[in-house]
Ligand binder design. Structure first.
Ligand code: ZN
Ligand code: ZN
Length: 345
């Protein structure tokens, strides 16, 4: 089969590699029908994720069709159309038993394109298939469900739910890349009073409005915009969706006393926690890796039309052009790409 292979920092190629095989009774083999690239794949290619070793198939966001299943698999069978969660779950450890699949202690968690071969391939081996695949209901297209693999539950769980967005809240979302836009989509389900998107690039401020932000401002205008909406009190919820020190510190600056700061971004450097001003403000700060336990909830919201993630799909490529897809996604500032979708040629 063909697959996108990591060859060390800065190096990848679409190579011919052996087809995956069932290794455990709980495995299935899925033929990939649609697959996308994540910002995390770009981090890996920069060499920021040293656990990923040369020769690894990249990717963790895809939908496909089950073509073979291990004898222990009960919940899916050959021919089933399935969403592959970016998080695998053993289903038995103390974390899996509370839905905290991202912290699985038995070989689950984020493993695709990280610790095992990923989904940017024609076929993939899916471990713990009973707990890690979701059957796609009839009538939904691949593009409607593809972003449930990662970005939609990430924005919803780590941003909206951790931030406890309530009706009427003023919600500041700092960063309007795919994750920030997922946060905006998820926050709207809770009828906030206003969503203030904070984003330096104009193209992404336009996206933020299209995804449902009330206003979209550059970082230097964030404080004034939130002050005006809250009678100078501050945001009820501030959600960090970038992963650099400045955006986290801005969230801590925008929050009202008693408010919630939810960090979603993946940080590579320390950020400053200004306890000298925060200690007296009863502020809650949350962190997290997605668990994808809300995939069934979000699937219903997509079915009912409350959430339409198809807007994320800005560019489409046949899988044979995977290198072009990477090029387009990695130059998002010029191409205005949100998510690129690859399908079999
Ligand atoms: Zn991802
Ligand atoms: Zn587990």
């Amino acid at each position: 089969m063909r697959a996108v292979i990591y060859h060390g920092p800065g190096q990848k190629s679409l190579d011919e590699v052996p087809d995956p095989k069932i290794l455990e009774d709980s495995d299935v083999i899925v033929r990939i029908d649609a697959v996308t690239i994540c910002g995390t794949d770009l981090h890996i290619l920069k060499g920021d994720v040293p656990e990923v070793t040369p020769g690894r198939v990249l990717g963790h966001e895809a939908v496909g069709t089950v073509v073979e299943s291990g004898i222990g698999v009960k919940s899916v069978r050959e021919g089933d159309h399935v969403l592959i969660s970016c998080i695998s779950a053993c289903g038995r450890c103390r974390y899996c038993k509370t839905g905290m699949y991202g912290q699985c202690r038995n070989g689950g968690g984020w493993i695709f394109g990280h610790l095992i071969d990923g989904v940017q391939a024609e076929y993939v081996r899916v471990p713990f298939a009973d707990q890690s695949l979701y059957k796609i209901p009839e009538g939904l297209t691949d593009e409607q469900v593809l972003f449930l693999s990662d970005i939609l539950p990430t924005g919803y769980e780590v941003g909206v739910l951790n931030g406890r967005v309530q009706p009427g809240d003023v919600v500041a979302v700092v960063g309007a890349g795919p994750i920030g836009l997922s946060v905006i989509q998820g926050a709207r389900l809770y009828s906030p009073g206003a969503i203030v998107a904070v984003e330096p690039t104009e193209a992404r401020r336009i996206w933020a409005k299209a995804f449902g932000a009330t206003i979209a401002v550059p970082p230097e205008g964030a404080k004034a915009a939130v002050d005006e909406l809250t009678d100078r009190l501050g945001a009820d919820v501030a959600i960090e969706a970038v992963g650099v020190p400045a955006t986290f510190e801005l969230c801590a600056d925008l929050i009202r006393p008693g408010g919630r700061v939810a960090n979603v971004g993946v940080h590579g450097k320390p950020a400053t926690l200004h306890l000298e001003s925060l200690w007296i403000k009863n502020v809650t700060i949350t962190t997290g890796l997605v668990d994808t336990f809300t995939i069934p909830t979000l699937l219903k919201a997509i079915q009912s039309g409350q959430v339409d993630p198809t807007t994320f799909a800005t560019h489409r490529f046949p899988f044979t052009k995977a290198m072009d897809a990477y090029d387009t996604f990695s130059r998002a500032g010029e191409t205005n790409a949100l998510k690129v979708v690859m399908t079999p040629a």
